[in-house]
Design a binder for this molecule. Sequence first.
Ligand code: GLV
Ligand code: MN
Ligand code: MN
Length: 426
Amino acid sequence: MTAAVAPNLVAAVDQARHWSDLTAMAAIGGFTDAAGNQGVNRPCLTELDREARRLLLSWGEAAGLAPSVDRLGNLFLRLEGADPTLAPVLTGSHMDSQPQGGRFDGIWGVLAGLEAVRAIREAGITPRRPIEVVAWTNEEGGRYAPGCMGSMAYTGFAPPQTWDGVTDRAGIRFSDALAETLAAEADIPRRPLGVVEGTAPFAYLEAHIEQGPLLEAQGQDIGVVTGIQGSRWFLVEIRGKSDHAGTTPLGLRQDAVQDMLRAITALNALMHDPADILRFTVASIEVEPNTSNSVAAVARFTIDFRHPDNAVLQARGNAIEGVIQAAVRNCAVTLTERFHAAPAAFQPMVPDAVEAAARAQGLRHIRMPSGAFHDAQFLVPVCPTGMLFVPCRAGVSHHPAEYATPEALAAGTRVLAQALADLANR
Ligand code: GLV
Ligand code: MN
Ligand code: MN
């Protein structure tokens, strides 16, 4: 298959243009932290997100790509194929960031898709199938939980109105923020929502920084991703009673913070894994009324739990509620599951295309699973899916110090371009 790729395609990927695109995007929501790292804070469906999308649209227009947006705000740029009736090859990622995020997580996959498609055009290739670059809505889940809303709606994993009532910290509903973005993009043609209202893509290939240390440590250029571990998100609410901190005897308190500590300690025991495969994180905590001298009436905390083995993901995840109920002493507990992505294994077609392209370009590559979740996870049931990773410095991600070199990113984009051209000619 790789022999069919025009030899000038790889040369048409423009490292300087690609890096300049990334730098321009990083300025939208960009900040410098105390250590001098240049991070990005660009939550989904904000003014900054809309600015970034406009910039992407302008580059798409300049490259002769046809834009469209669906009712979840998933944004598409289409390179027409020789046969427009064929199902497209889809590539992309997300443009939203963590609140203290980096310059590459997500956005690189979108801009790599754009650069790959530009290179395909500039190399004079018209693939049989259309190729569409997609920017999925709200992958991170930082402003609105959970993440991957755009891809979950696109694939029919969840109905599109599922998250309408979810609010951000300012109380703004997801449906209102989405409506604002769609109104701002009223000039962009609407398209049916994915496989729910339209048809499935022929294949999906997402490029992403690794977000872990393996590729860099092993001196590898490309990670050929084989699958993604499972993730479950929960919100725990512990309800007690506020009282005076100076006067109320301990025995009379219903202290939500003390019960939260008991619950988290018990969960650490439940999630203990000597093999260090399981991932268990409590990282967002809210307390009410949140003053020093009032006993806490409410404590809310999130659970992010991941495992590659579905049996473990189900068994330990389903045990969480009982473990918390048994741990708390004085308060009432409610547990809400907000995200449930089963472990996903990619079928061979797309990983094989990525590997063939990496090999043809003389790049060092390994097969590896993904510890992070991605929109690709939700595409698995609807079409052959895959991802490619490039190394990032020290594996750091979800942090302003996140970094990948222009050379590493361009290498990934060349592999992406070749794999896309290959898949779109099938
Ligand atoms: C994606 O951002 C993840 O948390 O894995
Ligand atoms: Mn990401
Ligand atoms: Mn992320």
